[in-house]
Design a protein around this ligand. Structure first.
Ligand SMILES: *Cc1c(COP(=O)(O)O)cnc(C)c1O
Length: 420
């Protein structure tokens, strides 16, 4: 055990025992929540470093407080790496997480009451895209486009909506949509109604960094945001990329508009992540994420599961568990939890059921791929899930499946969780 851990174990055994238990949970369980991942040991080291002690309000070379020679260097490296990774003209690495990152973008360009054209929430849009329960939903006027049954977006319908409502911003982005987006088509509509184009690629940021999915900035988007902790595999945080002409507005909106001091330990960890994301290893990892998702989706479909849009070509999929197994999403999530497979209940397009007991579950492959799982593991996994969901009340079957999942997972070490 390293010195810091030993100190923690001795000084606060209550908390330390929970950390140990969470490590065991992460080791034993199969993580299929598509927004989760296991970060690098180097990131854990940076997060736990003394960079957490430093106040660094404002930007490199223009800070409010002294003592910034190292934070300036680190933030400059983080920005340059982010720009190179995503072919962006400007990067802001300070957003504390995904939600404040998107708020900063809205407030950089819009006035309260302005209209934003965004994806319908049950069709894949995110909470921060103006859900009625979110503050942003109260501040701005969100108008919704939907997806077709095959998962495509009908851009003629979307154009008609844009011409009718004249949004100031067109938002492309999602957290439960299993397909790539045609960003050029979004950009054409934004151009026609003279709206800003904004892509929130939080879920797929890593896949875009690895050039496995399309990059909205290549299609001329004004702004792109991504979280750093999902497919990018970094610390919890947010990243804003934009054209040079928007740099001032974005930076002022993050600080002092929305946030105070950035978390410099997180910025340091992001810099490490961006360098890793530019490597061949990361590209191979990202390709495997996509292959694993396709195999998992194919195997589940072959076993009779109904997938929203019929499958996937990104890292995630949504199973209609009502139509597939006669179980609502909450029950399906519980049954899978019972055998050590973590998923999340998920609304499906125009879901007739309520959000806490919706019609589906969502799964994704970034985390299990980080542990080294491949196509053969996906086939096993699909089989276990199918068996459990078909016999949700067979306790002895669930016990046996749970044992199999645990035994399988233990063959795949979790980065950052070492033997002691
Ligand atoms: C996860 C996510 C966010 C929010 O990120 P948090 O870090 O949880 O605040 C925003 N947008 C999309 C599309 C996401 O998937």
């Amino acid at each position: 055990m390293d010195a810091h851990r030993r100190l923690l174990a001795e000084s606060d055994s209550d908390i330390f025992s929970h950390i140990r238990a969470e490590e065991q949970r992460q080791t034993d369980g199969l993580e299929l929540i598509p927004s989760e991942n296991y970060t690098y040991p180097e990131v854990l080291a940076a997060l736990g470093s003394v960079l957490t002690n430093k106040y660094s309000e404002r930007y490199p070379g223009r800070r409010y407080y002294g003592g910034q020679e190292h934070t300036d260097a680190i933030e400059t490296i983080a920005r340059e790496r982010a720009k190179a990774l995503f072919r962006a003209e400007h990067a802001n690495v300070q957003p504390l997480s995904g939600s404040p990152m998107n708020q900063a973008v809205y407030f950089a360009f819009l006035q309260p009451g302005d209209t934003i054209l965004a994806m319908d929430l049950s069709h894949g849009g995110h909470l921060t895209h103006g859900a009625p329960v979110s503050h942003m939903g109260k501040v701005f006027n969100f108008v919704r486009y939907k997806t077709e049954a095959d998962g495509s977006i009908d851009f003629d319908k979307m154009r008609a909506l844009a011409l009718e409502h004249r949004p100031r911003m067109v938002l492309a982005g999602h957290s439960s949509y299993p397909r790539d987006l045609d960003y050029a088509a979004f950009q054409r509509i934004a151009d026609e109604v003279e709206a800003l184009s904004f892509a929130d690629v939080s879920h797929v940021g890593g896949l875009i960094a690895a050039d496995c999915l399309a990059n909205p900035l290549d299609a001329g988007f004004d702004v792109m945001t991504t979280t750093t902790h999902k497919s990018l595999r970094g610390p919890r945080g947010g990243l804003i990329l934009c054209k040079a002409e928007h740099a001032k507005a974005i930076d002022a909106s993050v600080f002092p508009g929305l946030q105070g001091g950035p978390h410099m330990n997180q910025v340091t960890a992001s810099a490490i992540t961006f360098r890793k994301a530019a490597t061949e290893e990361f590209r191979a990892y990202s390709q495997q994420v996509l292959v694993n998702a396709r195999v998992l989706a194919d195997e589940l479909s072959n076993a009779g599961a109904q997938l929203i849009t019929g499958g996937t070509n990104n890292h995630l999929m949504v199973i209609d568990t009502i139509r597939s197994f006669g179980l609502d999403g909450r029950r399906a999530e519980q049954v899978l939890d019972r055998i050590g497979i973590t998923t999340n209940k998920q609304v499906i397009p125009d879901d007739p059921l309520p959000p806490l007991r919706p019609s589906g579950v969502r799964l994704g492959t970034p985390a299990c791929t980080t542990r080294g799982m491949k196509e053969g593991d996906m086939r096993l996994l699909a089989g276990w899930m199918d068996e459990a969901l078909r016999s949700p009340d067979d306790e002895s079957l669930l016990d046996r499946l749970g044992e199999q999942v645990r035994a399988h997972c233990r063959q795949f070490p979790v980065p950052g969780i070492g033997a002691e």
